[in-house]
Design a protein around this ligand. Structure first.
Ligand SMILES: Nc1ncnc2c1ncn2[C@@H]1O[C@H](COP(=O)(O)OP(=O)(O)O)[C@@H](O)[C@H]1O
Ligand SMILES: [Mg+2]
Length: 392
């Protein structure tokens, strides 16, 4: 597998996190958003984590999507306790061997037989103990952090992390860095945008997508391995990459096919890549359309309203009920709406997302782009071609 490393970006972010950059608020928490499959998790683990570690920071990485059935708060606690365990291992073993039931670290009594069992409310103590033990700054990277908002325990854990940050950090000395990433800026915003949000006041930044330098790197590899193809048209290749939604995996798959000795393309492979990208886009759109058309009328109406209004969406207000009625031609009760919302959440793949406070959002931000494009093209909402035939 070809991996393109973005060390310079990682170094810049690490500097900001450590409070070394002027005019950056990252030492209070760094919030990074970018669409799905554009390389966030890879960047956080393969670029940012090693850069921080090289600077002596102890890094805990937790992906809240690693197991969506489990409570986000537990996943965070486990990530921290795993690190605690790893670092405490020899100390705890020695203590146990010496017959000690408890060891005291940073004012926290740790039961040597129960290391690894932290719950949401004890997160700040666990982080403080870890910090004292390793005598180094900590960084906690939480991938797909918006998922924490889907449970009350997750919300509590987020508030606990903020409190840990406030306890551990002093001006000029950052001991706990927090990095939160998410695939959907709107959802991540809920961590920072209201008075009650755990990280009120922080900004969400867009994690830059892989850019022309990535394409130049790939082009270099192609020219090295297949000299007759030089010079590679990087502009065209970059255009194709963007059409692939800057998703390296799809781009690389298509490249593998276009460059395969078995490929039946005539002409340049760059043009074939552009075709493949357009085809992928059509496939993605067709997929969303077929999912939409497969829904019942009220489910479609609910999804439409949510796409129309975004964060202003209220499922049960009078205007919403009127909208559903106008669209479906039937009287709609709150119970029916609730049912439709549940169906959309449990759909595979999930179509809508719900926070523990009852806020809704479409699950995959790509749906917003699909919707906006169709509105621009005056082809919203999608109509079932079979229905049209039956009407005739
Ligand atoms: N820097 C990179 N160079 C090459 N391929 C990458 C790079 N980053 C990501 N990828 C590819 O894209 C896929 C999706 O990346 P991932 O980090 O999981 O995205 P995200 O977390 O944004 O959904 C990875 O499985 C990998 O194949
Ligand atoms: Mg990811």
């Amino acid at each position: 597998m070809i991996y393109y490393s973005r060390v310079a970006l990682a170094e810049q972010l690490a500097n900001e996190l450590r409070g070394k950059a002027l005019f950056s608020d990252a030492h209070n928490g760094l919030f990074l958003a970018a669409p799905r499959r554009t390389g966030k998790s890879t960047f956080l683990q393969a670029d940012l984590k090693p850069v921080l570690e090289r600077e002596g920071v102890v890094v805990v990485y937790v992906d809240l999507w690693s197991d969506q059935r489990r409570d986000p708060a537990i996943l965070i606690a486990e990530g921290i306790s795993r690190k605690l365990h790893e670092k405490l291992g020899p100390v705890a073993r020695t203590a146990k061997a010496a017959g000690l039931k408890e060891i005291v670290l940073g004012g926290l009594k740790i039961d040597t037989s129960r290391i690894g069992q932290i719950d949401g409310t004890t997160l700040p103590e666990a982080l403080r103990a870890l910090h004292e033990m390793v005598a180094a700054p900590l960084a906690l990277i939480i991938d797909e952090a918006q998922h924490a908002l889907t449970s009350e325990a997750g919300e509590t854990a987020m508030a606990a992390l903020k409190s840990a940050r406030d306890q551990l950090n002093r001006p000029g000395q950052i001991n706990l860095m927090l990095v939160m990433s998410g695939s959907d800026r709107d959802k991540l915003l809920r961590l920072v945008n209201t008075n009650g949000s755990p990280f009120y006041g922080s900004q969400i930044h867009r994690l830059p997508e892989l850019d022309l330098q990535f394409i130049a790197h790939i082009a270099g590899l192609i020219e090295q391995q297949r000299p007759p193809l030089a010079p590679v048209d990087q502009g065209l290749l970059y255009q194709a990459f963007q059409l692939f939604g800057c998703r390296p995996q799809f781009f690389m798959e298509a490249l593998g096919q276009a460059l395969s000795p078995l490929a039946s393309i005539s002409g340049r492979f760059e043009a074939a890549m552009l075709d493949a990208a357009r085809q992928r886009q059509l496939d993605d759109e067709a997929q969303m359309e077929s999912v939409y058309l497969g829904l019942k009328p009220l489910e479609q109406a609910v999804l439409r309203r949510l796409l129309d209004l975004g964060s202003r969406y209220r499922p049960y207000d009078a205007e919403a009920l009127k909208f559903y009625r106008d669209v479906t031609g039937e009287k709609v009760t709150a119970a029916k709406v609730q049912n439709a919302l549940d169906v959309l959440r449990q759909h595979s793949p999930a179509l809508i997302w719900k926070s523990a406070r009852g806020e809704y959002s479409v699950d995959d931000a790509a749906m917003h782009r699909w919707y906006a494009q169709r509105v621009t093209d005056c082809s919203w909402p999608p109509a079932d071609p079979l229905l049209d035939l039956r009407d005739d």
